[in-house]
Ligand binder design. Structure first.
Ligand code: ADP
Ligand code: MG
Length: 699
């Protein structure tokens, strides 16, 4: 049950001054609460700026275009001529340094005469503009006399609005909501609060709503940081509680004696990198525990995730259980199958491939073997979800390129076995802050190190006007025996147009370079795609014109040149993915980003980030700054719950601390029974994470 001290905050906004049933409807819209707006929602609706009445510049010092409050003498009324009431009503005012015209459209003269009597002083605030070289203000926000001005706050918050609600409505209601804030117990660690100089929660909320200085409206303030930290902690605690609970319910030990892993490692033509070894250790430790694993393996393109996945599978197969590896595209599933086949064979691991293309008798035989436990590792695409795919004993599911699959798909795979351990891998470098936010219920490992011997990719941005030079340059590379990708422009929302582009470019390059040129795109039949990839991988063809089908995971180490047309139309993360197709072998690689000028500032900045960095994590962070968080993962549409108070750009750094804090709290006081634990329950209710509280009770 919600602690009763919070009840006033969960009461309808109708309990606030000036809010009746009609306005309540508008608050529902403003606060995104279809089922009723509450005082709490308004408290969490933070101002985005403020009106500052402290400085009252002289008219000569007013900068046109800014919002000001000035102290002026009313000089003269200039009503529009009789039958031309469409024209504005102007009132000339002045101080000792200049004049200001106040302009009103369709105003009642009697009203204006009363509001602004000639010969009187008034305080006027609003947005200024220059009109015909004269300073003017159209429909001032406020006009008051000395007495009225004394009553106005010098600083007033500005809230985001919805049609029908005014700033004054929202300010009044927000004030009312602040007045309902109860005395809350402190749920944060006292030392931490002191060290960070955080005010108590209620004070912090009051300060953000009642700024004392323009600086107070920035998310950078201690007050706002405190609120964000509270929100993060509530979220991380809830995730921690959920996880503790699911772990208790399920889990089995699935890591063998290392014999198969040793055989695979022996068969590898290279040494594992330090990060690969570490990631594998993390995974095997998880597998060995009686708890269920949910781990994210995050590794930049080319960091070598596939072999880690294989070794994780090997560890499970050592216990004679089964494993699955799911890839988002057919090309990728086939490539994984091919890469893994040789090493698996060396270790005696029985693998099979299942995509939409495996059909008929062969497929039936394979499925039968799977059900009998005669296949140790099944590699495939979405086809793995299908009902007729049944394992004898699936114990580990690896999902490659996690962000392309929904959570429900991940779960569908998990249901194919009992307490299936999950390893999800992503090459989309998800910023750490986002991992914590969205995958907070997962542990994660990173492959930050690239395999030895990789040379940096020389990336250049080139104006499309120099297209001819680029083609000539590619010709030289081909003559040197190098292999190149040519990625065709992305045309928004239209695969058909993309395709037309690729086909056109293919035709023109083929004219120039003949048989060395090939084409691969998403609409090709699976077998044709494979054949094209195989020709390119073997060196039979040298220049592969492609749509973004090659974006994900394709591995042809000999390719060392990439041209991307209309790079400005691609997302940064996507460009990084694409570029990751080269620079995988020992040759030095070149990537040319062709853009159409003129480029906007942001577009320029984005391409520069890519040109100057190969660190996927940095690129992703920059991308995040330039784009906003939801886009990076494409999660905005899928309804991933966002934050109400925290802003990732400003507060992301606090997330790690909140996560550590939550882990520590739950280790010491898993039932939240201590004094601080009780206070933390209030926090969980306040941020509506109370499902987690219910779990404590059940457990
Ligand atoms: P990604 O993490 O992008 O999926 P892959 O698993 O496709 O990367 O590996 C990229 C390339 O690096 C492959 O050609 C693979 O054989 C090679 N590779 C993986 N690990 C190592 C290593 N430790 N040393 C050298 N090459 C490696
Ligand atoms: Mg991969």
């Amino acid at each position: 049950m919600r602690p009763s001290l919070l009840n006033p905050l969960f009461a309808s906004v109708q309990t606030l001054p000036g809010v009746g049933p009609k306005l309540e409807k508008l608050y529902r819209r403003l606060l995104g609460r279809d089922d009723g707006a509450r005082a709490l929602d308004l408290l969490f609706h933070l101002p985005t700026g403020l009106i500052d009445r402290r400085a009252r510049p002289k008219l000569a010092d007013v900068v046109a275009g800014t919002v000001v409050t000035v102290d002026v003498l009313v000089e003269e009324h200039r009503p529009p001529p009789p039958n031309r009431s469409r024209l504005p009503y102007r009132i000339v005012t002045s101080d000792e340094t200049g004049t200001l015209t106040l302009t009103f459209f369709s105003a009642r003269p009697e009203y204006l005469e009363k509001l602004l009597p000639v010969g009187q002083r008034r305080y006027v605030s609003g947005t200024t503009a220059l009109y015909d070289g004269h300073l003017q203000m159209v429909h001032p926000d406020r006009i008051v006399d000395e007495e009225g001005f004394a009553k106005l706050p010098l600083l007033e918050p500005v809230y985001p609005l919805t049609e029908g609600l005014s700033e004054n409505n929202v300010r009044r209601a927000a004030e009312g909501a602040l007045a309902k804030l109860p005395v809350l117990p402190e749920w944060q660690d006292q030392d931490w609060i002191v060290r960070e100089r955080f005010p108590p929660f209620a004070d912090a909320l009051r300060l953000v709503h009642r700024p004392l200085d323009p600086i107070d409206t920035s998310p950078d303030t201690k007050s706002w940081q405190r609120l964000a930290y509270d929100e993060f902690l509530a979220g991380q605690l809830a995730l921690g509680l959920v996880r503790a609970n699911t772990r208790k319910v399920t889990g089995r030990r699935s890591a063998g004696d290392g014999s198969l892993r040793a055989k695979v490692i022996k068969a590898l033509p290279y040494q594992l990198t330090g990060s690969q070894t570490k990631a594998l250790e993390d995974i095997v430790a998880d597998l060995a525990k009686p708890e269920r694993m949910t781990r994210l393996l995050q590794g930049d393109v080319g960091s070598g995730k596939t072999v880690v996945a294989l070794l994780a599978c090997a560890a499970v197969i050592e216990t004679t259980k089964q494993t699955a590896l799911m890839a988002p595209t057919e090309i990728l599933a086939r490539q994984h199958h091919k890469t893994i086949a040789a090493f698996a064979e060396a270790a005696g691991i029985r693998i099979a491939l299942l995509t939409g293309r495996e059909r008929g008798k062969e497929r039936a035989v394979m499925l039968e073997k799977l059900a009998d436990g005669e296949i140790d590792l099944l590699i495939g695409t979405h086809a793995l979800f299908q009902d007729e795919v049944a394992f004898k004993d699936l114990a580990l599911a690896v999902v490659d390129e996690q962000h392309r699959f929904g959570v429900h798909q991940r779960l569908a795979l998990a249901r194919k076995g009992e307490a299936v351990d999950m390893l999800v891998m992503t090459a989309t470098p998800i910023p750490r802050t986002l991992v914590l936010t969205y995958f907070g219920d997962m542990d994660f490992s990173e492959l930050r190190e690239k395999p030895a011997g990789r040379k940096p990719i020389d990336t250049r941005t080139v104006d499309l006007e120099r297209f001819e030079e680029v083609v000539t340059g590619v010709g030289r590379a081909l003559a040197d025996g190098r292999r190149a990708y040519w990625v065709c422009p992305l045309v928004e929302e239209s695969e058909t147009v993309d395709l037309a582009n690729a086909e056109e470019r293919f035709a023109s390059l083929k004219k120039r370079f003949g048989k060395a040129v090939d084409l691969v795109h998403g609409k090709m039949k699976g077998a044709d795609k494979d054949a094209a990839m195989a020709r390119f991988a073997s060196g039979e063809t040298q220049l592969l014109v492609a749509t973004t089908v090659i974006e994900v995971g394709v591995d042809v180490p000999e390719a060392s040149v990439m041209v991307i047309e209309h790079a400005e139309r691609f997302g940064l993360a996507q460009l990084h993915q694409l570029r990751g197709r080269i620079g995988r072998g020992s040759a030095s690689s070149t990537c040319l980003l062709l853009y159409k000028s003129p480029l906007g500032e942001t577009a320029k900045a984005r391409l520069a980030v890519l040109r100057d960095s190969e660190d996927g994590f940095r690129i992703a962070e920059e991308d995040l700054k330039l784009r906003g968080e939801g886009d990076v993962l494409g999660t905005r549409q899928s309804g991933m719950p966002g934050f109400r108070l925290a802003r990732l750009e400003f507060h992301g750094k606090l997330l790690q601390a909140a996560r550590d804090d939550a882990a520590l709290i739950l280790a010491r006081d898993p039932q939240l029974k201590s004094e601080r634990g009780e206070a933390l329950r209030v926090l969980l209710y306040l941020f509506e994470r109370d499902e987690a509280v219910r779990l404590i009770r059940a457990g």
